[in-house]
Design a protein around this ligand. Structure first.
Ligand code: ZN
Length: 317
């Protein structure tokens, strides 16, 4: 039984409109689900990914309008690392980010930048057999598109505390002499790495903070993962049905909130696959709130006209 790399990464934004403009506009991701936070349905939960909404390429945001900026510290993921296909893509993204007014730093096979709220991103060119997962955008040549997650970097003040859970319970494999752990299954993999925690000055969750990282489990193994985490003393939640996947949450000993999420049923469970993410989707138990939510949620600058126009309208009979 193995976890299939990173399923999704969830962060916080204080400004859904600017968030959509950055991730679908500048980075060229597809919005693969536009829904609400199931633990607080008055706020958005926006999912960005590849064309199919695949696990492995799914960055999501809860919107808390006007949230103060977060400050990453011990027990928090502070950087999302993405794959691109070749070194030429790094130069493409440096130029594209610059044109969008985003500073970046190109060094040693990697490009570092932050989103408008300070969430750090890094693009790298890994040598992996995994299927590249990409979204289409008219502004981004296919060969330069982001291709899914390579990993996340978290801060820990005592990473040794996490060793047993990561290695013995979750099956992560540590690269020799480092604090980088590979989590790899039959189809996909990625890394989870620790950096020394900065001094605790005003560490806090807020806009631009990562809330949790989810690892992918085949559906049939999900309950067993929960049991294994419980037996290791990590206090998992019950299995929670998130409608698009099922989830179990627990905090690993360094303080980072982990989730194990099922691969499927996926985002086309309640929308036509060609039109996922184009309008507000609500799992059935939230559907009675639709009218009320449409009045309070901020209208989003999505979908772009090219996405609407490209798909053929239903044939009139
Ligand atoms: Zn999650």
């Amino acid at each position: 039984m193995k976890l299939e790399g990173i399923h999704h990464i969830t962060a916080i934004t204080g400004d859904a409109v600017a968030n959509v403009e950055f991730y679908t506009g500048v980075l060229g991701l597809r919005m693969v689900k536009q829904t609400v936070n199931q633990d607080d349905p008055t706020v958005y939960h926006l999912f960005y990914g590849d064309e199919d909404g695949s696990p492995g390429m799914d960055l999501t945001f809860f919107e808390y309008p006007g949230a103060a900026p977060g400050v990453p510290g011990a027990g928090m993921v502070h950087r999302v690392v993405w794959r691109v296909g070749a070194a030429e893509a790094l130069a493409f993204w440096r130029d594209r980010l610059q044109a969008a007014g985003v500073r970046s730093q190109l060094a040693d096979g990697s490009l570092l930048f932050a989103d408008p709220e300070g969430l750090e991103h890094e693009l790298v060119v890994p040598d992996v057999p995994d299927e590249p997962l990409a979204a289409r955008s008219p502004e981004i040549p296919a060969e330069h598109a982001l291709q899914g997650f390579e990993g996340v970097r978290a801060y820990s003040s005592a990473p040794a505390r996490s060793e047993r859970l990561l290695a013995d319970t979750l099956g992560f494999v540590r690269a020799v002499g480092s604090e980088t752990w590979e989590v790899r299954g039959e189809q996909r993999g990625g890394f989870y790495a620790y950096d020394p925690a900065p001094p605790e000055i005003n560490r806090r969750q807020g806009a631009g903070s990562v809330h949790h990282v989810a690892f992918a489990s085949p559906k049939g193994e999900h309950e067993t993962w929960r049991l294994r985490v419980a037996q290791a003393g990590a206090h998992p939640t019950p299995v929670i049905d998130r409608f698009y996947f099922k989830s179990v949450y627990f905090r690993e000993p360094s303080g980072v909130l982990f989730e194990i999420a099922t691969i499927g049923p996926g985002f086309a469970v309640d929308e036509d696959a060609e039109h996922i993410g184009e309008r507000l989707s609500l799992p059935p138990r939230f559907e009675p709130l639709r009218e009320q939510l449409l009045e309070t949620l901020t209208p989003l600058p999505y979908p772009p006209s090219w996405r609407v126009e490209q798909s053929s309208p239903p044939v009139a009979s």
